[in-house]
Design a protein around this ligand. Structure first.
Ligand code: ZN
Length: 274
């Protein structure tokens, strides 16, 4: 059984939702799924409550994640607790007003650490949007992997996943942080990531620069399988399963570790039984 930690609830169309679930069944892959993104209070997709409702009726194939907006006002921590009470097993962050490591957002991470919920952060490149001209915020800089350094250090029990391993722009920056911070993980979600990294490149990125550590495959265990598949665009899930397995096999990662990377690690965080 696989578990895809990075999928988008991008449409509430019941037929498309059923197609997505059928694809999960075919691939034996559960999907942690979230709505959003919300850019400056504007919904672009499906609200959390609707996501949770559909997940509850999915026969266990869809695992609810909450989208939570990091914007310019003090975050409402009771909203985080409310979302967890409604069923959120983890949280997704993207498009923050300030950098992820801004003082304003520290209580959010503290709360998630207390609640034992993992956090998935978009890192690296993001396409321009019409809202950019309204808010005039530095989005790529706000989501650089380096912005997770303070978060990882400050909340050592919080499980953090840097999505897309920084994208091509910040690949090395992101990988250096991942191999140094015990609680910082990564995914290769999106064709630009799982098709963009070759097996030798991944091996180099996963090598710790401390000479005293013998070269082994332990750092690969910081990878959490994610595809970036969407409701209405299921194909990346199968492509990502095949490509990620192949990247790991070609680096001689033991099968036991591959199973954790492809689902076991995230299943434990999300409280999903195999
Ligand atoms: Zn995504």
């Amino acid at each position: 059984m696989y578990l895809d930690f990075h999928t988008h609830f991008s449409s509430a169309d019941p037929d498309l939702v059923q197609d997505f679930i059928k694809n999960c069944e075919r691939l034996e892959c559960r999907a942690a799924i979230f709505g959003g993104p919300r850019y400056g209070g504007r919904w672009c997709a499906v609200p959390n409550e609707e996501v949770f409702r559909v997940c509850a009726e999915s026969g266990g194939w869809l695992i609810p994640m909450a989208e939570f907006s990091l914007w310019d006002a003090e975050p409402d921590l009771s909203e985080i607790r409310r979302l967890v009470d409604l069923g959120a097993r983890g949280f997704k962050f993207i498009l923050p007003y300030y950098g992820y490591d801004h003082d304003l957002y520290m209580p959010v991470y503290e709360e998630l650490e207390k609640l034992g919920k993992p956090a998935l952060f978009h890192t690296g490149l993001v396409s321009p949007a019409p809202e950019d001209a309204i808010f005039r915020r530095p989005m790529i800089d706000n989501m650089r992997p380096i912005r997770l350094d303070r978060v990882a250090r400050s909340f050592p029990k919080l499980k953090i996943v840097a999505a897309h391993l920084g994208t091509a722009m910040y690949r090395e920056e992101c990988a250096s942080l991942v191999v140094h911070h015990p609680n910082l993980y990564f995914d290769l979600a999106g064709g630009g990531a799982f098709w963009g990294v070759t097996a030798p490149q991944l091996a180099k990125l996963m090598t710790h620069d401390d000479w005293a550590r013998s070269p082994d495959t332990r750092n690969y265990r910081k990878m959490v399988f994610g595809s970036d598949a969407k409701i209405g665009l299921t194909a990346p899930m199968e492509a990502a399963i095949q490509t990620c397995r192949s990247l790991l096999l070609r680096n001689f990662v033991p099968e036991e570790d591959i199973q954790d990377i492809m689902g076991g690690t995230a299943a434990a965080w999300l409280g999903v039984k195999e």
